[in-house]
Design a protein around this ligand. Structure first.
Ligand code: FE2
Ligand code: FE2
Length: 317
């Protein structure tokens, strides 16, 4: 029998780290007076239309506006995805019934919630200053099948893990790029600083709840949860294509463009690479099987050869 994952020990370490890395929520970012017209706001090859034939016909101004719109879109996905997260975590603190509800874990959850609130402030600050608004929430209602409390938490934290890895991947890329503008790089940098801890907590909670599901004879819930997590991952990537942004830069048939852009093989390759960190981790803990990984046999071969997750965001930062 596998040992019970020590969630409380993880919470202690993360609380220490959050305390060491405290910051001023309302004065963290130096928002530049005016955005730099010579620098994009989003890494160019990750723009949703970069691989679409239409991209070569766009003017420099359209490309720049696309980069601003897609940053506002990415930040809105971040804000509303994490807003949902905070509401679930708030219900769990100090309840002392299920995994991660003891006083020590609850203390860390309070840091987590505080940091997410600070992220919303920082991201909204960018959107409102430079884009004029926070784009509306486009997330659709998520399936919520009847599961045990352990199954519900496993599903919730696995979805959160996928979301935070999805966001964190771009944070890490944009943070290191000197061809994109200053403020946006700073925001990606700050977000990732805290997200590394959140991702560590998500992992502990997924593992802790998986252990409980197996121990309590609830293993039949695991395949149901897995399918929902895979759907959530697809929905997260689909959120990168927003017809409103295409319309704003003067493109016709924006909904068709969304569908076409997502189907381009070079774009699919980018998405497979983007998914690699969370997919390999979920594979490593036995939650995903080989057939659940995005089409990229090279990744699988490397996984089988090393039998370890070498591309985890947490380890890479
Ligand atoms: Fe966040
Ligand atoms: Fe987070």
């Amino acid at each position: 029998m596998q040992a019970r994952p020590d969630v409380i020990q993880v919470a202690k370490k993360l609380t220490d780290s959050s305390l060491k890395n405290r910051f001023d929520t309302f004065n963290r970012v130096d928002y530049q007076e005016k955005l730099n017209a010579d620098r994009l706001q989003f890494p160019e090859e990750f723009l949703s239309l970069y691989h679409h034939p239409i991209y070569k016909d766009l003017s420099d101004e359209q490309k720049w506006k696309l980069s601003l719109g897609e940053t506002a879109n990415f930040f809105a996905c971040n804000i509303f995805g994490e807003q949902h997260l905070i509401s679930h975590m708030e219900n769990k603190i100090y309840r002392n019934k299920f995994v991660g509800e003891d006083p020590i874990s609850s203390e860390y959850a309070q840091h987590f919630i505080h940091e997410e609130n600070s992220h919303t402030f920082m991201l909204a600050g960018y959107c409102i200053r430079y884009y004029g608004q926070v784009l509306p929430n486009r997330t659709i209602a998520m399936a919520a099948p009847k599961l045990s409390p352990y199954g519900e938490d496993c599903l919730f934290f696995a979805r959160t893990f996928v979301l935070e890895m999805f966001l964190g991947y771009m944070n890490r890329i944009a943070r290191d790029r000197d061809d994109i503008d200053t403020t946006v790089r700073q925001i990606h940098y700050f977000h990732l600083l805290d997200e590394v801890r959140h991702i560590a907590w998500d992992r502990a909670m997924v593992e802790g709840n998986l252990w409980e599901l197996k121990e309590r004879g609830l293993g039949h819930e695991i395949p149901i949860i897995k399918e929902l997590v895979k759907t959530y991952s697809k929905v997260s990537f689909n959120s990168l294509y927003n017809p409103r942004i295409y319309k704003e830069i003067g493109l016709e048939n924006p909904s068709l463009l969304c569908r076409e852009a997502a189907e381009i093989p070079a774009r699919k390759k980018i998405v497979a690479e983007w998914s690699k960190g969370f997919e390999l981790y979920l594979c490593k803990i036995g939650f995903y099987g080989a057939s659940d990984i995005s089409e990229n046999s090279a990744i699988l071969e490397r996984y089988v050869a090393t039998n370890q997750v070498s591309h985890s965001l947490v380890e890479a930062v």
